[in-house]
Ligand binder design. Structure first.
Ligand code: UTP
Length: 277
């Protein structure tokens, strides 16, 4: 059985909802208190037993690479002071994981970003984290829950949550038969449907476990909504060929790609995570 050993982080998007800050800074480096979104994503992947972090970057995203590297000058400067501990966590991550990067030259959508990551993944199942979806859980992280499900079913899995009907236009939306509590066999998948035509209110959020045949499917997937290559369209093809599961994860998600969700996550994190650490 192939294990999930790598996690892909598509992080090449422009983050226009956060302009002007995202003009020269990656959205994924926005902090919840003092830790960037991407680091929460990497920590969640590590908790799922993954150590290969593959990041799809773009122009203006160098800060991502610098974050997961040693800063000798800074570390030398604070060595032996009370501030040294502030870098302990990130240093552990750097030591435990390998980071690889590739650039998406043209931002042709999430599906295209995932296909760009093929060179870093190869022929094995892999996780995908959209770092602007910040997830908090009581026990296992969302990816750990999904990897456990993958080990049982060995097929692609998308994380879903119920959203208000009038918000379906923001998400990929699925329909399917519930085969065990919270697990659906996907029969339909639509990208950003209007509420009237949405097949349900079960929305895909930024966590996936994908089997590598998705790359060949993505290569054949024409641009869809917004003229972008949509992962939802490729997953629909995969659902018809072999099977895709949708998993209602245990936990809470904050949409940190929107200002409101980001502020909610910041407040939540300050009270429930940062102050309790
Ligand atoms: P979003 O839809 O949130 O787009 O992408 P965005 O560009 O990041 O943000 P806005 O809407 O302009 O504010 C979802 C995820 O897919 C990645 C983004 O980096 C984000 O993690 N993405 C999207 C790519 O890597 N490449 C793309 O071409 C599009």
């Amino acid at each position: 059985m192939s294990k999930v050993k790598k996690c892909l982080f598509p992080a090449a998007g422009y983050g226009t909802r956060f302009l002007p800050v995202t003009k020269s800074m990656p959205k994924e480096m926005l902090p919840l208190v003092n830790k960037p979104l991407i680091q929460y994503g990497v920590e969640e992947a590590m908790q799922a037993g993954i150590s290969g972090m593959a990041i799809v970057t773009g122009r203006g995203k160098r800060a991502l690479e610098d974050h997961f590297d040693i800063s000798y000058e800074l570390e030398h400067q604070i060595a032996g002071t009370s501030k040294e501990g502030a870098l302990t966590d990130i240093r552990k991550i750097i030591e435990a994981c390998t980071f690889s990067y590739t650039r998406q030259i043209e931002m042709k959508g999430l599906g295209h970003a995932i296909l760009t990551g093929e060179t870093l993944i190869g022929l094995e199942p892999f996780a995908v984290v959209l770092a602007d979806d910040y997830c908090v859980t009581e026990a296992d992280g969302v990816l750990a829950q999904m990897v456990a499900l993958y080990e049982k079913h060995q097929c692609s899995i998308v994380a879903i949550e119920e959203v208000p009907r009038d918000e379906t236009y923001k998400y990929g939306v699925i329909a399917g038969e519930e085969i065990e509590p919270g697990v659906y066999r996907v029969s339909e998948m639509v990208e950003k449907p209007a509420p009237e035509v949405a097949p349900s209110n079960l929305a895909i959020i930024g966590r996936y476990v994908l089997t590598p045949d998705i790359f060949d499917i993505l290569r054949e997937t024409p641009p869809g909504r917004n003229n972008e290559v949509q992962i939802t369209d490729a997953l629909m093809t995969q659902a018809q060929k072999g099977g895709v599961l949708a998993y209602k994860f245990k936990g809470r998600r904050f949409d940190c790609g929107s200002i409101e969700g980001f502020m909610d996550a910041s407040n939540y994190n300050y009270t429930n995570v940062y102050k309790k650490a």
